[in-house]
Design a protein around this ligand. Structure first.
Ligand SMILES: Nc1nc2c(c(=O)[nH]1)N[C@H]1C(S)=C(S)[C@@H](COP(=O)(O)O)O[C@H]1N2
Ligand SMILES: [Mo]
Length: 319
């Protein structure tokens, strides 16, 4: 059993905006900020990141895991966000020029209230909750992340979906000037994702606007991204600009790119291997050089809450 220093720190005691400020102060003290030496160290982009506003968060949720969360540093430096490059370190390095403010989201399709809404109107009057969720990437690594956001269902109900709304489709912003990965066309952008209406309305499904009590850093999908904790990470689409209620199952980016490898459901399932690797175990990021390997849980450990959504569905066929 590994005992790590951060086990003794509660998320609420950490103020990540200080992490940024302290880092800058350290660089300034060392006389490195803006200097050639600093640029040569390859850290310039990090210093571009604006200070993140603190959110008014309602803490404590019955849905939170009591596993110890990854550090803020882990969460903002090991990312998948192909709009900023393919390496895990690319988003932190290249997302500094991205502008998540002001932001609008267009709501379309099978709903009574559609249109283009400002960020604050999309989030609405709901409490911002803290949800500490396990997060499992399809690439067999995982983290524990204290997200801040509102249940997606609460957000969606305000647009009054019609009885024809069987699915919800999501789309990421396209801004090649600010997103260098989009200029390289590694995927067919915009990144798109989707959920069944039952999945979208499930109380575990979160629309996140923050992490560790501050606004989402750009590399984590600022200013608004999905978090579906029982599904592989690629379902949790970032920097959303469009939400469409549809009657038909919407296309999804990874299914379009490699249909045999990534299905629409993408439920975490240790019994169904990826065609190129096993999904039986996962590497928990943050354990240092020897990241802890642990067994992957069915539906990422959220089976008790969500298994009923898939009754009668063959999870090998509907992967
Ligand atoms: N728009 C967009 N959303 C995305 C991705 C992406 O490349 N583009 N990557 C997905 C994948 S594969 C994962 S594992 C998670 C990673 O989220 P994190 O970097 O906040 O941990 O974002 C998901 N959402
Ligand atoms: Mo992922």
């Amino acid at each position: 059993m590994l005992i790590r220093h951060r086990h003794s720190i509660r998320p609420s005691e950490i103020t990540p905006e200080k992490v940024f400020r302290n880092r800058r102060q350290l660089l300034r003290d060392a006389g490195l900020a803006g200097s050639g030496l600093f640029l040569a160290a390859g850290c310039a982009a990090e210093d571009d990141s604006p200070e993140l506003r603190k959110l008014d968060v309602k803490r404590g949720s019955p849905f939170s895991t009591d596993e110890s969360p990854n550090s803020f540093e882990d969460i903002i430096s090991y990312n998948n966000f192909y709009e900023f490059g393919l390496d895990k370190s690319d988003p932190a390095r290249h997302a500094g020029k991205f502008k998540p403010k002001p932001w609008t989201v267009t709501v379309a399709g099978e709903a009574a209230k559609t249109g283009t809404f400002d960020f604050d109107d999309i989030v609405g009057p709901h409490d911002i909750e803290e949800r500490v969720y396990r997060f499992r990437c399809v690439e067999a690594w995982s983290m524990v992340i204290p997200w801040n956001g509102i249940p997606l269902g609460d957000m969606l109900k305000r647009f009054e979906p019609t009885s024809k709304a069987k699915y919800v489709a999501f789309e990421t912003v396209v801004r090649p000037e600010e997103m260098p990965g989009q200029r390289r066309r590694v995927l067919d952008f915009p990144y798109v994702e989707g959920l069944t209406i039952e999945e979208a309305m499930h109380p575990l499904t979160l629309m996140a606007i923050g992490v560790y009590g501050v606004e989402l850093p750009n590399q984590n999908g600022a200013p608004i991204r999905l978090v579906v904790p029982w599904k592989y990470g690629f379902k949790s689409i970032k920097s959303i600009v469009k939400i469409t209620f549809t009657e038909q199952e919407p296309p999804t980016t990874w299914n379009l790119a490699a249909p045999r490898e990534y299905g629409f459901y993408a439920n975490v399932n240790p019994e169904v291997d990826h065609p190129r690797w096993s999904q039986a175990r996962e590497r928990r990021i943050g354990g240092g050089f020897f990241d802890e390997k642990q067994p992957t849980l069915m539906l990422n450990g959220y089976g008790e809450q969500v298994a009923s959504l898939y009754e009668g569905l063959d999870l090998r066929k509907f992967y």
